[in-house]
Design a protein around this ligand. Structure first.
Ligand SMILES: *Cc1c(COP(=O)(O)O)cnc(C)c1O
Length: 398
């Protein structure tokens, strides 16, 4: 088994991962690691988690055969894993709920989180409302202005949204403030991290809470298609929906696993977030506590990234992806903003599904891939979320 020994005791996935944090954070990470190790062994924890997934999130999410898109493209059969149908509109709720249950177990009553576009903030506020936890979300003031509806959603859900006015007033500044809050209030507070990123044990915890996507898919494909898919495609921001769907297939060598990063305005433009596609901009480095591929300039300053989808617009990528890529088990490609918009429109028009712009990157890749493959080839695409949040962006592009 490829993944049996990772992460190791230090949270490393080969040369990636680890815990690159100030000394003051080490006790908090150690506490979280111990709490999660205990929870992981406790069947009651998982039965509570699975109960909420079933009765609150609405899992299992279905798999839909995309008949008209398949006919239109003329090639491989396309199936869609419908995370857009999960409560609150995306896969993020799986992780937010899992960590919120862990918060209860640790005897804490407060969470802090950071959010860029607001999707992780909304998922965290949702899980906090459900379980009666105090929730503070840090958000750059530039992002708050751009994402006013999500700010209002979080407030409706009872969260306090704290604007961050330092630096570029966006996600990375919000992360710094959330970490500062966590260090100061660590006794009663948990930092609820939103993707398969950050210092150990977060990449492990987030993957374990998202692997339900792949576990369900594996079973559902057997039931619906009578066999496993030949190719699984998912978009990669920090890497949580993709590792979530890939994980169940790691030991099926005939299942190709393809991650799609944000190609923005094209690799040559430098305005993208395709960490694996641009060796000029992305190198091995440390960002927010973990070692992975990081986009940076010649002086090692974190590069400004661009994507039409906020959820893919991040300078680094989860360490487990870098590791699986080195092993040759997963592969990565990218979709430009324009290709993603084509994917967005195609799923609307042919399937009656308005996908998140993040998910539209996976669809955009399938528009190119499916026609090159025979009709007995099965592609499973993770539709990580729904597109209501992106209508303004798409309207401006029209
Ligand atoms: C946040 C988000 C993503 C990107 O995050 P990952 O951790 O890479 O999954 C993808 N799709 C949707 C709908 C999102 O909200």
């Amino acid at each position: 088994m490829l993944h049996a020994n990772v992460p190791d005791a230090h949270g490393r996935f080969g040369p990636y991962g680890g815990q690159f944090v100030p000394e003051t954070l080490m006790p908090a990470l150690a506490e979280l690691e111990a709490a999660y190790a205990a929870a992981k062994q406790d069947p009651e924890f998982w039965s509570e988690f699975n109960g909420y997934l079933r009765h609150y999130v609405g899992r299992p999410t279905p798999i839909s055969f995309a008949r008209r898109l398949t006919e239109h493209l003329g090639g491989a059969q396309i199936y869609l894993k419908r995370e857009d149908l999960a409560h609150s509109g995306a896969h993020k709720i799986n992780n937010a709920l899992g960590q919120a249950l862990l918060v209860k177990r640790m005897g804490k009553q407060r969470v802090v989180a950071e959010t860029g576009a607001g999707q992780h903030g909304v998922a965290t506020a949702t899980a906090s409302a459900l379980l009666g936890i105090d929730c503070v979300v840090y958000m750059g003031t530039v992002d708050m202005a751009r994402q006013a509806p999500n700010v209002f959603r979080m407030k409706l859900l009872g969260a306090e949204v704290r604007g961050v006015d330092s630096g570029s007033k966006t996600l990375k500044d919000a992360i710094n403030e959330a970490i500062r809050d966590w260090v100061t209030n660590v006794d009663g507070t948990h930092y609820l991290l939103g993707s398969a990123l950050g210092p150990h044990p977060y990449p492990l915890i987030v993957r374990d809470f998202q692997r339900v996507i792949g576990d369900e898919s594996r079973r559902q494909m057997q039931e619906q298609a009578g066999r496993l898919p030949d190719t699984v495609v998912a978009c990669v921001g920090g890497g949580s929906n993709s590792i979530g769907i890939f994980y169940a297939f790691l030991d099926d060598p005939n299942v190709r696993l393809v991650g799609v990063e944000a190609g923005g305005r094209g690799i040559a433009s430098g305005e993208h977030a395709a960490r694996f596609a641009d060796p000029k901009l992305a190198r091995l480095g440390v960002l927010h506590g973990t070692r992975s591929f990081v986009m940076m300039d010649a002086d090692g300053q974190i590069a400004l990234t661009h994507s039409i989808s906020a959820g893919l617009d991040y300078a680094s990528v989860g360490p487990e992806h870098a590791y699986l890529r080195d092993l040759g088990r997963t592969e990565y490609t990218y979709c430009t903003d324009d290709q993603a918009l084509a994917g967005f429109r195609a799923l609307c028009r042919f399937e009656g599904i308005i996908p998140a712009l993040e998910s539209a990157h996976a669809i955009g890749h399938v528009l190119d891939l499916a026609p090159t493959l025979p009709e007995d080839h099965i592609i499973l695409v993770n539709v990580s979320g729904r597109g209501d949040k992106d209508l303004d962006t798409v309207m401006r592009e029209a």
